[in-house]
Design a protein around this ligand. Structure first.
Ligand code: SF4
Ligand code: SF4
Length: 299
């Protein structure tokens, strides 16, 4: 990379492999390499904090007070801050610890899991675990534009935020009579007939998940687990999901004790929090309520 703009990478808590993707993406690394050089990336030996950064990619969730301070300090000296990957925006898998009482841990730990936008204002947000090539193509264009023409108004969200169901290659047999028979676990599906997973009784988080991933799992015969984060308009991935499958599960059972039936179906979920909030627990309304009840001021 030539001298010029200064580029930084900051890994918070997460696997952080998504950051490596930035450099593996020819177009993005070409733009960054053409315009500047890496000045800060502690885990790769660039430990000295520069006076200013033009672009900073931040991956991972925020778990410690030290990370909060570091993030705030770097925000103040960065032109374009990119919250990169699902963990940085929604907590990701690390977020599953949001409800664990942290009082027995060292004082350095936060009471719960935070996300980058909880602490500082990012300029660009890129979801995905990891973000896809299409998202990186879009990101490359946005960063180039930023650096050449200045900051646009407002935050930029990279990727398609429509729900996965909207363009899903799996279709229900009759969209006007869409019903879910009952909830099955994956191994109980004897033969996948190619219809929508929900119509076959298999839980798929497509209705509440944004489709920037390009249906990666669906195209490989697997239901969605929600790794790309909530679709536009989804406030709480788990609660919105329960509400949407409630309507199709109950349709065929309206005449018989529907709430008992629904509760019994939901009991089939072996790990409800892990299933409904695998990637977004820190942003859940349930987390907010639980923390309030525990007297923890910050969400
Ligand atoms: S629920 Fe899943 S399989 Fe069904 S349409 Fe949505 S994304 Fe496709
Ligand atoms: S289909 Fe769902 S779980 Fe799979 S990559 Fe896309 S958003 Fe993630």
């Amino acid at each position: 990379m030539s001298e010029g703009l200064s580029i930084g990478f900051l890994e918070l808590t997460g696997c952080s492999t998504c950051l490596e993707n930035v450099l593996l993406h020819e177009k993005l690394s070409g733009i960054l390499g053409g315009l500047g050089s890496v000045k800060y990336w502690p885990s790769h030996g660039y430990t000295e904090e520069p006076d200013s950064l033009d672009v900073l990619f931040v991956s991972g969730a925020v778990r410690s007070r030290g990370q909060v301070e570091k993030l705030k300090k770097l925000r103040d000296k960065t032109r374009v801050l990119v919250a990169y990957g699902t963990c940085s925006i929604y907590g990701g898998l690390i977020g599953l610890t949001a409800l664990i009482d942290a009082s027995s841990r060292s004082g350095e730990f936060l009471e719960t899991v935070k996300t980058v936008p909880d602490i500082v204002e990012p300029d660009i947000l890129v979801t995905g675990c990891p973000p896809t090539r299409d998202q990186l193509d879009e990101l490359a264009g946005v960063i180039k534009d930023y650096l050449e023409n200045g900051k646009p108004r407002g935050k930029v969200f990279i990727g398609n935020r429509n729900s996965l169901c909207r363009d899903c290659p799996r279709k229900p047999r009759d969209p006007y009579r869409f019903e879910m028979p009952s909830i099955k676990r994956d191994h109980e599906l004897v033969e996948d007939d190619g219809r929508c997973f929900l119509e076959q009784g298999i839980l798929c988080l497509g209705p509440v998940t944004s489709s920037g991933c390009g249906h990666l799992c669906i195209l490989r015969g697997r239901p969605c687990m929600g790794c790309n984060g909530p679709a536009r308009g989804v406030v709480d991935q788990g609660l919105n999901y329960i509400s949407s499958i409630g309507s199709i599960l109950l349709k065929s059972m309206e005449r018989i004790r529907m709430f008992d039936y629904f509760a019994a179906e939901m009991d089939k979920l072996v790990d409800p929090m892990g299933y409904l909030y695998r990637y977004t627990l820190p942003k859940s309304l349930l987390t907010e309520l639980a923390l309030k009840k525990r007297g923890v001021g910050e969400k």
